[in-house]
Design a protein around this ligand. Structure first.
Ligand code: GLC
Ligand code: CA
Length: 518
C-alpha cells in the first residue's frame, strides 16, 4: 500500500539545529520550525523531512540517539513536536521524522545495560563477541571499553554501536541468525519507536542507513528486506497513509520490501553526480577546475552517463515506488559550491520535473553556499552544508537573536550572502524561480511522481536533453549555445527559462522549457 498523498508530494528537508532559533540560545528549535511553516508552504512544499531531533550527546549531529522517545531539550519538548505536527497538518504539510534503526548512541540506556557484566534483558540488543580477545573480522569493533567481556561491533562512528538485527549467514557462534529470537526483540523495539511517533501524529519516516540492518546479508539483502516487509504489513494495518523513504540508493531492493521511496543519492561517479557534482575533490575551497558536471554551462558534458544509470533502474522499479531526486542533503556538498544561481535554475528544473518526489534541502532554494567550516558534531566535511538558514539581511541573517559567538555554526559572512528577504522581492531570484517550478509541478499531474518518463532526445556529444512526462515534453540545454530539437507534433510553450523559440516543428533552446501538446 503506497501512501496516496505522495503523488503530488514535494519535500523540504530541515536540519533543525540550523533552521530558526526562537529562544536566542543559538540553536534552531522546534518552535522555530513551527514559526516557519508558512514559509515552507509559500515554497509549495507540502511535506517535510526533519533530521533527528531526539535526545542525543550529538557526536553525530543526533544520529547517535540516546532516547528515541524524547525530543532533545535543546530543540524543545515532545509537546512542541506534537504541536508542530498539528500546525503542519493545518497547512496541508506532512512530516517525516528520521528513524535511526541501525545503531544507538553509546549513551543509550539499552547499550549501558548491554555493556554490563551480568547478563540481562539487553545483553543481546547489540552485537558482542564472546570475549574481549575475540575480534570480529572485517567489521569495525571496540574492545576493552565496557565491564562486559566482549567486543561490540560498530555501525558508523565509534559512538554508534550496532543494534542486533542478526546476520544473514552467521560465521561465528556470537553471530545470531537474522530472524532468531533476540533479533526479533530488536525489531519490536524499533517498531515500538515507530508506533510511538505515528500515534503522536507524524506521517512516516526517513530511515537512516536503511539497507544495513542485517550484517553479512545476501547480495540482495534478503534478510534486511524481510524486516521492512514486516514493518510495512504493520503500517498497512495500523497507519496506512504513513510513508517510508529509505537512505538506501538501491531502489530495486528498497521499493521491493515496502519502502514508498528511495533516494537517488549523490555517490561519486554515479549518474546523479554526473549531473551536479562531477568534480574531483570535495571539501576544498572550490572545485579547482576539472568540473565536468552536466549542469556547468561551460563543459561539453552530455546527459548520457546519467541516463545510462537512471533509465534501467527507473524502468525496473516504476510502478513499485518512487526513486527520488534531491537538491542536496545534510551529508552532501551544497550544489551552490560549483553551480551558479543560473546553473542551479536549470539543475532544479530537471529535479522538479522528474518522476519520484523531489527533496529540496533547506537553503538550496536561495543558493546557500557550501563553506569550509571546522568540524561540528561529527560533521567533518559535511559541516559546510549545515550552516544556519539565511532569512534576513539583519543580525545573524535572521537565524537567531543570540550572540554571534553562540551560534551553532557561524552564518555566512560573505557580503551579499543570499537571503530569503533579498530574494523575495526579486522576481528572477532562485527562490522565486524554485517556487514557480514547484507550482508548475503541482499544476500538471503529468509532472508528478508516478506519471511516465521517457527519454525523447539525448545524443553523444550533444548538450541537449529532452524527455516526455506523459504528453508533456521537457527539454533542458545547460550550455551557452542555443540548440534545435525536432518536434514530433504540434506543441505550445507551457513554461520556460532562458531562450526558447518554438516553430511548428522545432524548439530552439538555451535553458529549460516545458511544452504541452496543442
Ligand atoms: C546517514 C546519515 C548521516 C549519519 C549516518 C550515521 O548516512 O545521513 O548523517 O552520519 O547515517 O547515522
Ligand atoms: Ca534555540
Amino acid at each position: 500500500m503506497a501512501a496516496t498523498w505522495l503523488n503530488d508530494a514535494v519535500f523540504y528537508e530541515i536540519y533543525p539545529q540550523s533552521f530558526f532559533d526562537t529562544n536566542g540560545d543559538g540553536i534552531g528549535d522546534i518552535p522555530g520550525m513551527t514559526a516557519k511553516l508558512d514559509y515552507v508552504k509559500s515554497l509549495g512544499c507540502n511535506a517535510l523531512w526533519i533530521n533527528p531531533c531526539f535526545d542525543s550527546p550529538f557526536k553525530d549531529a543526533g544520529y547517535d540517539v540516546r532516547d528515541y522517545k524524547k525530543v532533545a531539550p535543546r530543540y524543545g519538548t515532545n509537546e512542541d513536536l506534537v504541536h508542530f505536527f498539528e500546525e503542519a497538518h493545518k497547512r496541508g504539510i506532512r512530516v517525516l521524522l528520521d528513524l535511526v534503526p541501525c545503531h544507538t548512541s553509546e549513551e543509550h540506556p539499552w547499550f549501558r545495560e548491554s555493556s554490563k557484566e551480568e547478563p540481562n534483558e539487553y545483553s543481546d540488543r547489540f552485537i558482542w563477541t564472546n570475549s574481549c580477545w575475540e575480534h570480529p573480522e572485517d567489521i569495525p569493533f571496540v574492545g576493552g571499553e565496557a565491564p562486559r567481556d566482549g567486543c561490540y561491533i560498530l555501525s558508523f562512528f565509534k559512538c554508534q554501536p550496532a543494534l542486533n538485527f542478526g546476520f544473514g549467514t552467521p560465521k561465528a557462534p556470537w553471530q545470531q541468525q537474522a530472524g532468531s529470537a533476540h533479533t526479533l526483540e530488536t525489531r519490536e523495539a524499533i517498531w515500538d519507536v515507530m508506533r510511538f511517533w505515528l500515534e503522536k501524529g507524524c506521517d512516516g519516516f526517513r530511515v537512516d542507513m536503511a539497507g544495513a540492518l542485517v550484517k553479512n546479508d545476501t547480495p540482495d539483502r534478503a534478510y534486511t528486506q524481510e524486516v521492512y516487509k514486516d514493518f510495512r504489513q504493520r503500517l498497512d494495518a495500523q497507519f496506512p497513509e504513513a510513508a517510508l523513504v529509505a537512505e538506501w540508493n538501491t531502489p530495486e531492493q528498497a521499493l521491493n520490501c515496502g519502502f514508498d521511496m528511495d533516494f537517488y543519492l549523490s555517490w561519486a561517479g554515479n549518474g546523479y553526480s554526473h549531473l551536479m557534482r562531477n568534480y574531483p575533490v570535495i571539501g576544498q575551497e572550490g572545485p579547482e577546475g576539472g568540473d565536468s558536471s552536466y549542469f556547468k554551462a561551460d563543459t561539453d558534458a552530455d546527459p548520457l552517463p546519467f541516463l545510462a544509470e537512471y533509465l534501467p533502474t527507473y524502468l525496473k522499479t516504476r510502478g513499485k515506488g518512487l526513486w527520488c531526486f534531491i537538491t542536496c542533503n545534510h551529508d552532501t556538498v551544497r550544489p551552490r559550491f560549483n553551480l551558479s544561481p543560473e546553473e542551479l535554475k536549470l539543475a532544479y528544473s530537471l529535479i522538479f520535473t522528474m518522476p519520484g518526489a523531489p527533496f529540496l534541502y533547506y537553503g538550496d532554494e536561495i543558493g546557500m553556499r557550501y563553506r569550509k567550516l571546522p568540524n561540528k558534531e561529527g560533521g567533518f566535511n559535511r559541516t559546510g552544508s549545515r550552516s544556519p538558514m539565511q532569512w534576513t539581511n539583519g543580525e545573524n541573517l535572521g537565524f537567531s537573536q543570540g550572540k554571534a559567538e553562540d551560534l551553532y555554526l557561524p552564518v555566512d559572512p560573505a557580503p551579499g550572502a543570499p537571503t530569503v528577504e533579498a530574494q523575495e522581492s526579486d522576481p528572477d531570484s532562485l527562490l522565486n524561480y524554485t517556487r514557480r517550478l514547484i507550482a508548475l509541478r503541482h499544476s500538471q499531474p503529468e509532472l508528478q511522481a508516478r506519471s511516465p518518463f521517457l527519454p525523447y532526445f539525448a545524443e553523444p556529444g550533444n548538450r541537449l536533453l529532452a524527455y516526455k512526462r506523459g504528453t508533456l515534453l521537457c527539454a533542458v540545454n545547460p550550455g551557452r549555445e542555443a540548440l534545435t530539437l525536432n518536434l514530433d507534433g504540434k506543441y505550445r510553450l507551457l513554461f520556460s527559462q532562458g531562450d526558447a523559440a518554438l516553430t511548428d516543428d522545432t524548439l530552439t533552446l538555451r535553458g529549460f522549457a516545458v511544452l504541452a501538446p496543442l
